[in-house]
Design a protein around this ligand. Sequence first.
Ligand SMILES: [Zn+2]
Length: 145
Amino acid sequence: MRGLLLSPALAIRIEGHVRSELPREACGLMIGQTGNGLLVVDRVMPSANLAPVECLDRFEIDSALHLREQAAARESGQEILGIYHSHPNGLPEPSDRDLDGAWIPDFVWLILAPGADQTTRWGAFFRGKTATFEPLEIFAKEPKT
Ligand SMILES: [Zn+2]
C-alpha cells in the first residue's frame, strides 16, 4: 500500500470528533475505495465509544453501526477501509491492545494523539493478511506518481 488519502476536510472532521470526546478515546469508521495502491477515504462515520465509561484508554466501535455501514458501502461500490481512534496524551501508534484487537485483514488503523497543547499527532497503519502493522503514509491529496 502506498498510503492513505484523506482530504483536509475529512481530517478536520476526525480531529473535531476526537477532541470532542476528550478525555476519552474516540473512534469511527473510514469508508472509501482502494485504487493504485492508495486507500482513498470518501467519508467518515463517527461511532459512539461503547467501552465502559470509566475506561479512558479503551475504545469499542458500535458493531451494529459497523454492519450497517458495511452494507451501505457495498451498495455504493465502496468498502470500510478501516477505523480511526485516539490515544489522548499518548502516542500515535498501535498499543498492544490494538494489535490484539486487529483481526480484520486489509484494514487501516488511523490513530490520533491529541496533546494538551492543542497539537495532534497522526499515525496510519495497515494491517494486511498477518497480525502486524505496516506504517502508512497519509496524503492530503493524490501524490504524483
Ligand atoms: Zn489504541
